[in-house]
Design a protein around this ligand. Structure first.
Ligand code: FCB
Length: 474
């Protein structure tokens, strides 16, 4: 169905949630964390060969100090929801005999969340957004059962302390991205390269952690809305007529996209044939305690697609490699702009997960979507990057795709753009700029980009106006 007709706008449903998405390590510059290197990530970023532009997140956006000003920016953007993550390493800086959260860190999050609520915004709160307390990473991270136990205690404690301020809980951010980068690519901590067995064990540990956190949050806050965040990436073979590239596409899609949501739906971790019949993998597979049906809504991150190909190796690797091929316009980081992918994701790819076991349609939120441009981190004054026309195109194209899916009956209830501010983009450092708001790191000045004004207008009207739709014909 076409929803774009001449001279008419595209309207979003009443009550639609519009927001921005962030994560602690990428913006906070929390002094306790950087001075004591409390997380695996602050250790990783302090090593001089791990971050492409040589930067680190010790200051990042100084959100820890500047959040009142940044929430004012949210008010100017008209957003009605905000996604943040709790800094687990700072809340739980060391192992103690009696479990306890750090009081100062807890007070900070209470103040921050209360300020967001006072501004009338709904909150999405992530518990694990890639950063482990360093003392846990030193004993094996997710591959040591202690980490799962600690995660459940942490989830229970923050649910009882912060429950009244949280509308939507997200236990884990993008488990497969975490596993892929940390155990296969090796460019994120813990830094393993192509260690599939450990990667699969970690997936199991993360499923167990999600399941436990879902249950403890519900036991503390029975009305809570709890889920985890899925990063969905359509895969395309480099050569459609090459069966080996097709095999790679199949396995990447099955594992990266479907493995986790399928396990959550059925309660059973299953690896595709023939991987699953390998004896050590068979031991990892199987039912996961209490996992079945542990999502109250669907949280999806969508950015781009990936073109993949087979590469000969010994032993052969069915997951192949990411190919360098690009077929569409690219944004920063070489990411193709593929807005139709969001439409197909919503109407086709996630079809198996759109309904609960009872047949109720699940609410769906796009919890991240956005693109980077790239500018050096030492830039200060000037009008660099303010006319971000490519981001406007990206934003509007994805919102049109979203509106089309809604018109086709998909139950999307909200959209959160990544991100409010330029921030620390993990191993890519400070140069990739994902913000609607530009951050000049030396002065910490914030300036609205053109896209921020456009987003604010869209939100104010709850619609995309015809003049913006005309951009889509470029
Ligand atoms: C997502 C991450 C987020 C940010 C964006 C660009 O995969 O969840 O932290 O890095 O990518």
């Amino acid at each position: 169905m076409s929803i774009i007709s001449n001279n008419s706008s595209i309207n979003f449903p009443d009550g639609f949630l519009w927001g921005v998405s962030t994560s602690a390590f990428q913006i906070e510059g929390c002094p306790a964390e950087s001075s004591c290197r409390l997380s695996d990530w602050s250790h990783w970023a302090a090593r001089n060969d791990k971050i492409k532009d040589g930067s680190n997140a010790d200051s990042a956006c100084e959100f820890y100090w500047r959040y009142p000003q940044d929430l004012e920016l949210c008010a100017q953007l008209n957003v009605n929801c905000f996604r943040l993550s709790l800094n687990w390493p700072v809340l739980r800086p060391a192992q103690t005999e009696q479990f306890a959260l750090d009081r100062e860190a807890l007070a900070y999050y209470k103040k921050l969340l209360a300020s967001i609520k006072e501004r009338g915004m709904k909150t999405f709160v992530t518990l694990f957004h890639f950063c482990l307390p360093n003392w846990l990473s030193e004993v094996g991270g997710w591959n040591n059962p202690l980490t799962g136990k600690e995660f459940a205690l942490y989830a229970e404690a923050v649910a009882s302390e912060l429950g009244p301020f949280v509308d939507y809980w997200l236990t884990l951010n993008e488990p497969l991205v975490y596993v892929y980068r940390g155990y296969i690519n090796g460019d994120w901590p813990p830094g393993y390269s192509r260690n599939y067995l450990l990667a699969f064990q970690t997936i199991r540990a993360l499923l167990e952690a999600h399941s436990a956190a879902y249950r403890v949050i519900h036991s503390v806050c029975p009305q809570a809305q709890v889920s985890y965040v899925i990063h969905w990436r359509p895969f395309e073979p480099k050569n459609w007529f090459n069966p080996l590239d097709q095999i790679v596409r199949f396995y990447r899609n099955q594992v990266f996209n479907h493995l986790f949501p399928r396990a959550v739906d059925t309660g059973i971790l299953e690896f595709p044939f023939p991987i699953g019949s390998d004896p050590p993998v068979r031991e990892i597979a199987g039912p996961v305690d209490g996992l079945k049906g542990t999502i109250d809504f669907l949280a999806l991150n969508y950015y781009t697609r990936e073109i993949c190909e087979f590469k000969w190796s010994c032993p052969p690797d069915v997951f192949g490699v990411q190919s360098g091929v690009k077929r569409l316009e690219t944004a920063g980081l070489g990411w193709e702009i593929y807005a139709d992918g969001l439409y197909y994701l919503l109407v086709e790819d996630i079809a198996p997960y759109r309904y609960s076991a009872g047949g109720q349609p699940r609410d769906i939120f796009i919890t991240e979507n956005g693109m980077a441009d790239e500018f050096s981190s030492d830039l200060n004054d000037g009008d660099w990057s303010l006319d971000d026309n490519q981001r406007i195109f990206y934003l509007v194209a994805h919102l049109v795709a979203l509106a089309k899916a809604i018109a086709d009956g998909v139950n999307v209830k909200g959209y959160l753009h990544w991100s409010l501010l330029d921030n620390f983009e993990w191993s890519d450092g400070l140069c990739p700029r994902f913000g609607l708001v530009r951050v000049s790191y030396p002065s910490q000045e914030r300036v609205f980009r053109k896209s921020a004004r456009i987003y604010a207008d869209i939100i104010a009207g709850n619609k995309i106006a015809p003049a913006l739709l005309a951009l889509m014909t470029r």
